[in-house]
Write a protein that binds this ligand. Structure first.
Ligand SMILES: [Zn+2]
Length: 94
């Protein structure tokens, strides 16, 4: 009797912002198994976050050629903020 669409929507709305905060952990394999499972489940239902992950991976492949200690924490957060802005922009345009 539970409408499947409503459940999916709720899950998406609830975790979409959190997903961007988990990407560092996901790519560095530091998420707990249950969080990682939720993360991947969200990616299956949310193309926005899949696109975000692809964009992030591209940025990460560039920054990976730089030694981690050369990237100030502030810059890493700026990258995330930038990507969040891009995601938000493309979200409202489409
Ligand atoms: Zn999402």
């Amino acid at each position: 009797m539970t409408p499947r669409n409503a459940v999916t929507k709720a899950l998406t709305d609830k975790t979409c912002k959190e997903i961007t905060d988990l990407i560092f952990g996901y790519l560095n394999d530091t998420l707990s198994p249950s969080v990682r499972r939720d993360f991947k489940r969200h990616l299956r239902i949310c193309s926005d976050c899949v696109n975000f992950l692809h964009t992030y991976k591209k940025a990460a492949s560039v920054t990976r050629s730089i030694r981690p200690e050369e990237i100030p924490l502030k810059v890493r957060h700026n990258i995330l903020d930038f990507l969040r802005g891009q995601m938000r922009k493309s979200g409202t345009d489409s």
